[in-house]
Design a protein around this ligand. Structure first.
Ligand code: ADP
Ligand code: MG
Length: 577
């Protein structure tokens, strides 16, 4: 519980006034809840003693009517305000979480599944917010009610009877808590299983086209079913444990009633207590049932929330491994880019993917990279995006390590067109402008021209304003590639990287794009990863990457005369035509 208070303490501090008001309201409600039984007891004693007259009757009835009404009013105000506070807290936590997710880097995203991250910001966050609101309600209201009740019972009715009948309650509470503590363990397991299930559902929804294309609906449903069953089973464990405590507690509570009645009647006979007193007393024992059982429940809820807080915190505690150094340098352009003995291994992999890479790229050059699938071409060039730190060696820009420069600036000078194209559910022009939201119409037109995307626009119903992405027109693979290229080009980046981005375009379009790059990107650097040699044969330097190493390097004319992968592949491609 301390954990929860520590975690949301900042919020309570911020909302001090509101929390004070809520506290006051709760205590009022607790007190008002206890008064009717007391009034009833008084009424009975008045009747028994024969002292009832019109005036006292009027007061007693009036009180019995007014008390529930005022309780209703206070509860209404309380419920409204506490919900507002809960929403406010959820909003703030969600904002913190999402902001943090944006700060984290690729290593983090390699480690955590999407569904899990979503579960943390939905389920877990809800549990925390619930705890923050019911914490107040549960603890303050229930403890307030218990203390007020015991106070009234012992001071105004009989302290002896109070001692006799209430003393056994802590035993019940202890048993109740023991069982609930055990439950906590199962709740944690359940959360994990639930996250796994969410992940599976997400995957199926995302991959539904592929699943259908391969007629895998049955298999997929089977997988889903397993995940759902696991989820239900783990929940069943929890329910089982919950059901355990009810009968045990009920018995103890029954004993308390019997004691109150037995000794109560005895005290009445001994004239130590009035009949009205006993009626009030027994009502209070009944009234205590709710608070006593729900306090345990609240502790469970808080325990659950503690797990949620831990899960939430786990993410909040993650720090990016790639971050700006204290005096990171700005950069808008470069003259020379050098890979010096660069080796890179993915964070959760066992072996490096690129090994001992040495390479110098000068401003204005066009670099071609070829090599078998999986040889590390993407991994090599993505090093320029600063997603990860290199494992060994160094990447230097104008003699200084890339790590010395501001990450955002580095990403700003690099225009990367990935192999997989991401289209957002927006218009075509908006999709391109993601590369540079401030671009002018002229810049947009130019990017479209260089990417050879103009001809595609003619076929789109609303041209630039056509909606694309999941909810819009679906573009062909080649169109997506060209749109992606335009998106990178609109930045007019110092370094343009086409990572196998011409694979789906025809030879003529490829030729156009390559020509445009030459004409419009004078003095800018291009790095082209390609399968077709036609895309890279005019490059200033061509690298052949095999098994993560540069095995050949040179110009086209040189490489076709050299024994090696390049020559073999080139001849193969020529004969295929
Ligand atoms: P290429 O672009 O030449 O096809 P990649 O750079 O994409 O090659 O991949 C090189 C190797 O790195 C492959 O064996 C691939 O499985 C592995 N790899 C790629 N991305 C990751 C990743 N995020 N985590 C671990 N291994 C990866
Ligand atoms: Mg690749």
């Amino acid at each position: 519980m301390g954990n929860i208070i520590k975690k949301i303490g900042w919020f309570i501090k911020e909302e001090k006034k509101m929390y004070t008001l809520l506290l006051f309201l709760l205590l009022m409600i607790a007190l008002i809840s206890l008064l009717p039984a007391k009034v009833l007891g008084l009424a009975i004693d008045t009747i028994v003693s024969g002292g009832l007259n019109a005036q006292t009757l009027f007061y007693l009835v009036g009180a019995l009517i007014l008390l529930p009404i005022s309780r209703y009013f206070f509860s209404m105000v309380y419920n409204y305000l506490v919900n507002v506070e809960g929403q406010k807290l959820a909003f703030k936590l969600r904002k913190k979480y999402l902001n943090h997710l944006f700060e984290l880097d690729s290593k983090f995203y390699e480690q955590y599944e999407k569904g899990d991250l979503i579960a943390r910001v939905t389920n877990d966050l809800d549990a925390i917010t619930m705890a923050a609101t019911s914490l107040l309600e549960g603890i303050i209201f229930n403890i307030g009610l218990i203390l007020f009740a015991i106070g009234i019972m012992s001071v105004t009715i009989s302290w002896k009877l109070t001692l006799i009948s209430v003393a056994i309650m802590p035993v019940g509470i202890t048993i109740l808590n023991m069982i609930r503590n055990k439950k906590r363990k199962y709740v944690k397991i359940h959360r994990e299983i639930y996250a796994e299930m969410t992940e599976k559902i997400l995957e199926s929804v995302e991959g539904q086209k592929t699943i259908r294309a391969y007629v895998q609906e049955e298999n997929d449903l089977e997988r889903q079913k397993k995940a759902v069953i696991r989820d239900i089973e783990s929940w069943r464990y929890i329910v089982k444990y919950e059901n355990w405590f009810n009968p045990l507690f009920e018995i103890i509570y029954g004993i308390s009633y019997i004691l109150a009645f037995g000794f109560g009647v005895y005290y009445i006979i001994m004239q130590e207590m009035t009949l009205g007193g006993l009626i009030t007393f027994v009502s209070y024992i009944g009234l205590l049932y709710g608070p006593i059982t729900s306090i345990g429940g609240i502790f469970t809820q808080i325990n659950n929330a503690t797990i949620s807080v831990d899960r939430f915190d786990e993410i909040m505690k993650q720090t990016p491994t790639v971050f700006d150094e204290v005096n990171s340098l700005p950069i808008v352009s470069f003259n020379e880019l050098t890979f010096k003995n660069v080796t890179f291994q993915y964070p959760f992999d066992s072996a490096p993917v690129i090994k001992d890479i040495n390479l110098t790229i000068k401003k204005g050059q066009t670099i071609g990279i070829v090599g078998p699938t999986g040889s590390g071409k993407s991994t090599l060039i993505r090093q320029l995006l600063r997603e990860f730190n290199v494992t060994e060696g160094e990447i230097l820009i104008d003699g200084k390590s890339i790590q010395n420069y501001k990450i955002e600036h580095i990403r700003q000078i690099v225009g990367y067109v990935p192999q997989a194209h991401i289209l957002f559910r927006r218009q075509v022009d908006e999709n391109i402008l993601i590369g540079n939201p401030k671009a002018s119409i002229e810049q947009l037109d130019k990017a479209v021209k260089i990417a050879d995307f103009e001809k595609d626009l003619l076929f789109l119903q609303n041209g630039m304003h056509t909606m694309v992405g999941e909810s819009g027109v679906s573009l062909s693979g080649g169109q997506k590639q060209r749109l992606s290229i335009a998106r990178a080009l609109i930045k007019d980046p110092e370094i343009l990287i086409l990572d196998d981005s011409l694979s789906a375009v025809d030879a003529k379009t490829e030729d156009n794009i390559i020509k445009h790059l030459k004409a419009f990107r004078e003095n800018k650097t291009n790095i082209i990863v390609a399968h077709r040699f036609s895309a890279i044969k005019d490059a200033d330097i061509i690298l052949v990457l095999q098994g993560g190493k540069i095995t050949q390097q040179g110009k086209h004319d040189q490489l076709i005369n050299e024994d090696g992968w390049y020559k073999i592949q080139f001849v193969e491609q020529m004969t295929m035509r």
